[in-house]
Design a protein around this ligand. Structure first.
Ligand code: AP5
Length: 227
């Protein structure tokens, strides 16, 4: 697929450590701007659940808090990006996470005539991560994310969006795994901030603020790069 430059779909990248709020913000941007959230974490968890060969290879790495191989992640992302619903534009949540992935994305977009509108870095203190991650739950019905303190479900414990009472916790949200995930972020993903700065598409948002304040800041950034 190549696209007309006047109508090319937006490509946004959300960069940030585990628990920075990438998923929370991506879901809000998806609703506001009609883009599709592509979370490689969600795609990998679906592959693990389905027991695909890629999922089987990814499971142990994810459980240990490491990064799944570039080869697997790039293949999964490439397949998903070629689906019809991505034609209106995508929010990449958790991809790329290495320089190899960033270069593969550049190649993918070049071949379809697309470009990156913005790479938004969510700035957070490492200290906030454990609290955010250990209080996190996800609705099994619709995928909405919650936090015990910062964004609780309804008083009866159900999802405010779809009414499901089944809220799940992620297998890799244990304190010891979070430390490994943070380590992987600093060693392999944080260098992408300089990569996208050099490409002239980097912008950053203070993600230590309350969820709605961060959402307002993100919406302003996205609104300004969508045209
Ligand atoms: P992935 O699923 O991408 O996890 P992650 O990057 O560790 O990020 P999280 O989903 O934990 O956090 P988030 O930033 O989305 O925060 P959230 O919005 O949920 O990846 C999981 C694993 O898959 C990786 O470890 C790796 O193994 C593998 N993987 C995935 N992509 C890969 C790739 N490209 N290459 C290789 N391997 C890959 O928020 C967290 C909590 O905080 C929530 O409860 C939320 O309600 C709350 N919260 C959010 N914002 C705020 C706020 N402003 N104030 C207070 N609370 C807040």
């Amino acid at each position: 697929m190549t696209v007309d430059v006047m109508t090319r779909p937006a490509v946004l990248i959300l960069l940030g450590p585990p628990g920075a709020g990438k998923g929370t913000q991506a879901r809000m941007l998806q609703e506001k701007f009609g883009l599709v959230q592509l979370s490689t974490g969600d795609l990998l968890r679906a592959a693990v659940k389905a027991g695909t060969p890629a999922g089987k290879q990814a499971k142990a790495v994810m459980d240990a808090g490491g990064l799944v191989s570039d080869e697997i992640v790039i293949a999964i992302l490439n397949d998903r990006m070629s689906e019809e619903d991505c034609r209106n534009g995508v929010i990449l949540d958790g991809f790329p996470r290495t320089t190899v992935q960033a270069k593969a994305l550049d190649d993918m977009l070049r071949s379809t005539g697309q470009r990156i509108n913005a790479a938004i870095s969510l700035r957070v203190d490492d200290g906030a991560m454990v609290e955010r991650i250990s209080g996190r739950s996800t609705c099994a019905g619709c995928g909405e994310g919650y936090h015990d303190t910062f964004k609780p479900p309804l008083a009866d414990g159900s999802c405010a969006k779809c009414g499901s009472t089944e809220l799940t916790r992620r297998a890799d949200d244990r304190a010891e795994t979070v430390a490994s995930r943070l380590e992987a972020y600093h060693a392999q993903t944080a260098p992408l901030i300089a990569y996208y700065d050099a490409a002239g598409v980097l912008t950053s948002v203070d993600a230590m603020a309350a969820i709605d304040k961060v959402a307002g800041d993100m919406a302003r950034v996205v609104g300004s790069v969508m045209s």
